[in-house]
Design a protein around this ligand. Structure first.
Ligand code: GAR
Length: 199
């Protein structure tokens, strides 16, 4: 049996995607570590409850973003992380972090990329923009992270309808339910591939 693949998660908020990943019981995956970029966020309570080690690493403690990401990558590597999952992580990923985990950083975005992605498009802003544009459907996307915001090869998408009278919160909840399904499924697929490519 192959050694499990170590997964690290980066989050900035409530952490429901982090919890759904851990609870999915993905075969061959070992959730080793959560890093959040600010204190007091909900994801930390979930980590405690789920028994996953967690650390707050704040960008302002470093000279620049690149130094921040070097520190995060170092902590991940120390714990045997080889796949990083962004779960509601709202900072732009810098090139030095991508170089440490090439093709090994995944993100979930609450819209059907390439629509409604990019700077400023996060959380409720995304759902407000979808409603304002009069879209008939929305959804979520899992993709590999590259050097552009909400960009990089798409691995999976799930669609949901936009219903008459929808509010951003109602649409967000419908999308989030799908996120909790497609993210663990996609991580499982990626892990199977990583296992196959090992010597
Ligand atoms: C999720 O909807 C996730 O897709 C979104 O933030 C929410 C986090 O929820 N991410 C982005 O908008 C990234 N651009 P969670 O903290 O409960 O997982």
């Amino acid at each position: 049996m192959n050694k499990p693949i170590g997964i690290g998660v980066l989050a900035s908020g409530g952490g429901s995607n982090f919890e759904s990943l851990v609870k999915a019981g993905i075969p061959g995956a070992k959730f080793r570590f959560l890093v959040v970029n600010k204190p007091g966020v909900g994801a930390l309570d979930r980590a405690k409850r789920l028994g996953v080690e967690a650390l707050v690493i704040e960008p302002r403690a470093f000279a620049d973003r690149s130094a921040f990401y070097d520190a995060v990558a170092g902590e991940m590597e120390k714990r045997g992380v080889s796949l990083v999952c962004l779960a509601g992580f709202l900072l732009m990923i810098e090139p030095n972090f991508i170089r440490r985990f090439p093709g090994r950083i995944l993100n979930i975005h609450p819209a059907l990329l390439p629509k409604f992605g990019g700077k400023g498009m996060w959380g409720h802003h995304v759902h407000e923009a979808v409603l304002a544009a009069g879209e008939k459907e929305s959804g979520c996307t899992v993709h590999v992270v590259d050097e552009q915001f909400d960009h990089g090869p798409i691995l999976a998408q799930a669609q949901v309808p936009v219903l008459p009278g929808d509010t951003p919160d109602a649409l967000a909840a419908r999308v989030l339910e799908q996120e909790h399904t497609i993210y663990p499924e996609t991580v499982w697929k990626v892990i199977r591939k990583m296992g196959e490519s090992k010597p």
